[in-house]
Ligand binder design. Sequence first.
Ligand code: MGD
Ligand code: MGD
Ligand code: SF4
Ligand code: MO
Length: 897
Amino acid sequence: MNDARKEVKTTCPYCGVGCGVIATVGEDGAFSVRGDPDHPANFGRLCSKGSALAETIGPEGRLLEPEVMGERTDWDTALSFVADRFSETIAEHGPDSVAFYVSGQLLTEDYYVANKLMKGFIGSANIDTNSRLCMASSVAGHRRAFGSDTVPGTYEDLELADLVVIVGSNMAWCHPVLYQRLAAAKQARPGTRVVLVDPRRTMTADIADLHLPLKPDSDIALFNGLLRFLAAPEGSKSDTAGRPAPVDADYVASHTEGFDEALEAALAYDMARVSRETGLDEAQLAEFYELFAGTEKVVTLYSQGVNQSVVGTDKVNAILNCHLATGRIGKAGSGPFSLTGQPNAMGGREVGGLANMLAAHMAIENPQHRQIVQEFWGSPTVATTPGKKAVDLFTAIEAGDIKAVWVMATNPVDSMPDADGVARALAACPLVVVSDVVAENDTLPFAHVRLPAAAWAEKDGTVTNSERRISRQRKVLSLPGKARHDWWIVCEVARRMGFADAFAYAGPHEIFAEHAAISSYRNDGSRAFDIGAHAAVDRSAYDGLAPFQWPQPVGKLEKTTRFFARGGFFHPDGRARLVPVTSRSGPEACRDFPFTLNTGRVRDHWHTMTRTGLSPRLSSHLGEPFAELHPADALDLGVADADLVEIASPYGSVIVRALVTGRQQQGSVFVPMHWTGQFAARARVDTLVPPRTDPHSGQPASKNIAVHVSRFAAQAYGFAVLSRKPAAIDADYWALARCKGGYRLEFASAHPFDDREALLRRWCGGTGEIAAYRDAATDGFRAAVFEGGRLLGALFTAREPVAVSRAWAASQLIADHGNGARRALVVAGRSGSRKPDPGALVCSCFGVGANDILGAIAGGCHSIEAIGQQVKAGTNCGSCRSEIKVLLDRSLPVAAE
Ligand SMILES: Nc1nc2c(c(=O)[nH]1)N[C@H]1C(S)=C(S)[C@@H](COP(=O)(O)OP(=O)(O)OC[C@H]3O[C@@H](n4cnc5c(=O)[nH]c(N)nc54)[C@H](O)[C@@H]3O)O[C@H]1N2
Ligand SMILES: Nc1nc2c(c(=O)[nH]1)N[C@H]1C(S)=C(S)[C@@H](COP(=O)(O)OP(=O)(O)OC[C@H]3O[C@@H](n4cnc5c(=O)[nH]c(N)nc54)[C@H](O)[C@@H]3O)O[C@H]1N2
Ligand code: SF4
Ligand SMILES: [Mo]
């Protein structure tokens, strides 16, 4: 790397908050990041994942050369191979026999050319994206209600609202900087109320005045009950106080259609029915309804607890109905707000990356839109019917109807429902091309062609965040090995397929300019997405592009960028639609599969861990796949905390650690989506998820899955620290996590381990000197291998889950073991010093554990701030403040009345 010291303003590549980052490369080549104080999404803050970016950008694990059929090759050969095979397949079987499966983690420019190639030049709409698993129900809900996929509000609205309702979103962990903005606003204006609607009591509940732990998928009943209440709040406090009914009759009459029908459907939801379907008591419901009815400035935030459901689109419309009925939309401090997940989920929607969309928010079914797009592109053809949506796309691959697929920037063998079915489909597919930045993930083994893509910090392009703000990602580092930009790879294949003229871009600035131009082409206010003001952008303007919110049409720069306060919807009559919706009966659990599996995210990992899994800091918050179980269910199942559990559905099974917690509701288990075949023996949670989808959006239901839960009867448990990654791990259960100096390994077996010394030697791969201790009474075994003054590996096994301090054991990998006494302590499994075990990691930024924090509380620190002053926890990114609060609440006696 010959990058001299420089500072570059760019954007975080993780969540849809879209925080501005300043990346610095020092003269010594050291890479560091800090929040950009001028970026309007984060004003300088970063969460734990953003702060740890520097730990994830090194050369380790990168795919650096193109490979065809397992052989490394040059780009020309690889690109020609892909182009020829795609062209041959199309010539023989037609355009619908090929497909692209892309991602909300591509930059807008990458996404734009992939979509243009498939829909305008190949002439099929078989391009779908992992946004299908993420935002499709919100898109469908927006389009039904507004006539366009438009998020009406801005982040500022969260700070201006008097009531924020958070539905199916764990913002504290998944949109941490936005959550911190909300928490700060609430602290500044203590009258602000927050309601959380989530079956689990997540860390987001920390700032909630009211948590509604509803039954899985009962949101429609909740919001239909609300609509009924808003229309006729008889007997409610708002009524007796003489306030008018909160329905805004003028707004409804002037700007909407369908109010009567939606209300008629909602009238069936009296309190008793809502209570029965949601499992919430009527007093809780009344509290929420009155709060909503009586507060003008309401923002309703929602994400995957709403979208990832067979009734996801109807859930979205149930929420939108309440905002439309009250006219609380597009005004400062009020509106519905769909939180987007990926850094460029919104950009993908803008370029039309979904199989049923066209470029610039235009619709495939609309002949005029098709004509506009084809005319603008000057393309030989344009797809006339929607392509296959993600789940159907992989089914079509397995059935042999799609014979060539190109996967870019997503890992479907882990993240798609029926993940083993996806693996089978790829195994049967005659041509699988994968563009990725890593050399190993669970999808790459199925690829005939592997294309090394440029990673964050090497790329130039744009992303759009949840509030429609477009920001630049800028190159900080040079391309490693033969890695190339995703847009370049697509254009080179297009050129070789005979479409050179339409894909001759000098750089991403030209693609962005074209994208901006098509957004305003024959638009005249008929389409929400219009950034025509940037259509003439050249390289230097693009390089200097400051974050901006759309719309930005030619000529008139909007003062406010909110939509719909005075109507102006994008249905032909300019009116919004309220959509009548009805609930479907509650959870899907049944006799053989009596538990409801809920899946989602943890604070410090990102999806399939290809990047966050490289960071020791991020890997120490939660180092293993787990299942959150309610204490009563655990008791019934005979499961103790830290036991292992097997979770099975008709599609597959996983083995994960039990985490017994009252935050979970009875009858449900929560398992994170992150652990893959790279990090655990059998924890790919999507192997359990059926390929069932919402009928309107095609989005899979990843949150309400009928499963069977049982204790996994391990006979032996173990923990090891290893200085290098073991080649193969032979245990029924294992989970690997990075730590400084190596790896932490949890493992367990259904049978007693036989030769534990040999096991350790195999995993260490070295020949060092071994020290071992066996306790005959308990069969406990501890051993360590040293080479010179260095620990190569240490192993601790027992009949019960091993009790050794993980943080201490891991720290031994970087300690000096020249001295015999220290070596003995490793085998003894204790530190020997009086320094207490820091406990499970809470603060990733400063490495502060739960025991450190409990110590500070015991020492008299009775607020998050006081703890911060004492042990620094929570004083940098703030992502752990909710967890510190939980420790505080648990430790401090309840104040006397
Ligand atoms: N740390 C971290 N942050 C991320 C990501 C990550 O991988 N890691 N990924 C990003 C992406 S792509 C996305 S899409 C977002 C997702 O962000 P979120 O949607 O906030 O995350 P999830 O954990 O998937 O699910 C949110 C909540 O939905 C709840 N839920 C389940 N079923 C129901 C239900 O029926 N009704 C209601 N009301 N709630 C329900 C779950 O209990 C869970 O707490 O996060 C983004 N941010
Ligand atoms: N059970 C369950 N399943 C889920 C979900 C859930 O809540 N529960 N959530 C769903 C949601 S919302 C989402 S968004 C998906 C996410 O699922 P995926 O998209 O499959 O997950 P990632 O791990 O983000 O995969 C991104 C891949 O792209 C690679 N990559 C990173 N940057 C680049 C780049 O610039 N170029 C290229 N070519 N490759 C790159 C990474 O190495 C990685 O292999 O999972 C979905 N699946
Ligand atoms: S909240 Fe965290 S992960 Fe999301 S964009 Fe900001 S720094 Fe990145
Ligand atoms: Mo997502």
